[in-house]
Design a protein around this ligand. Structure first.
Ligand code: 6PG
Length: 254
């Protein structure tokens, strides 16, 4: 049993998913603008699941759409389910529908995880792609969007899986028995190298796990989201009021 964690991460609490998504879109625009002002690409690793969809939709329409230099944006995924790309469970499909097919991002700047055919090699292939695109050095994403599962998982770092202890590889293959699915995920060390990591957490169903992750004892094998702490960056928790129900922190409500 780990001791109770130190200073809990402080969450930014928003009235609802719409306000949370607006804040997440603003964060994306702000970080993309910083990369652009430094004359370098903006490399973002996006999350799957349902929560971030509204953020992506907002980015695909004015005013946010017109505030991003899309030609400088490079998109990666924090994880992917190993399904056909037209499968409703595909994170790539969701991001393309909500955002990528609706903005002028060069198609060669979109780097999906390809694992619909050969899951066994997919993690190694994605790691090789990252190695090529980041000059052989471990990736440092400008921004990583993450979600939180009701069981404490994030990306596809699921409780009790070997991927939680992976420190050498940047990507790992995960089999999720409850889903009967293989997945590919970035590993915690790579995620933690990011300049900004932003969790987007919405809804009453996440309230218990959010309180455990932020304010409960440290137990990352049971609550993998607790593995996420930037080594040299900023951690943001953007949550809505329903998800923040049980937080003890003095939460600023935006
Ligand atoms: C995935 C996600 C996963 C997700 C959580 C929360 O591919 O499933 O990367 O980590 O963020 O499961 O999902 P919801 O946003 O749908 O609640």
């Amino acid at each position: 049993m780990g001791q109770v964690r130190g200073v809990p991460d402080i969450a930014d609490v928003y009235p609802d998913l719409e306000a949370l998504s607006d804040a997440a879109a603003r964060l994306f625009v702000e970080r993309a603008g910083r990369a652009s002002s430094e004359d370098r690409p903006f490399r973002v690793a996006i999350s799957g699941g349902n929560t971030p969809r509204r953020t992506y939709e907002l980015l695909a329409q004015p005013p946010f759409r017109d505030q991003v230099v899309w030609e400088r944006v490079e998109v990666f995924w924090g994880d992917e389910r190993c399904v056909q790309t037209d499968d409703p469970r595909s994170n790539q499909r969701m991001a393309r529908e909500a955002l990528l097919d609706r903005v002028p991002i060069p198609k060669e700047h979109i780097h999906p995880v390809l694992c619909d055919e050969a899951p066994g090699r997919a993690a190694a292939r994605y790691e090789a792609l990252l190695r090529a695109l980041f000059g052989g050095r471990p990736p440092r994403f400008d921004l990583v969007f993450l979600g939180l599962g009701e069981n404490g998982h994030t990306a596809s770092l699921f409780p009790g899986t070997p991927a939680l202890d992976e420190r050498k590889h940047w990507c790992a293959e995960v089999y999720v028995p409850g889903e009967g699915l293989h997945r590919v995920t970035l590993t915690a060390p790579v995620i933690n190298r990011a300049a900004v990591i932003a969790f987007l957490v919405s809804g009453a169903a996440k309230a218990r796990v959010l309180q455990e992750v932020l304010e409960g004892p440290t137990d990352p094998h049971r609550l993998p989201a607790q593995l996420i702490h930037p080594t040299n960056g900023e951690l943001r928790w953007l949550v809505d009021r329903e998800a923040a129900t049980y937080l003890k922190q003095g939460s600023p409500t935006r």
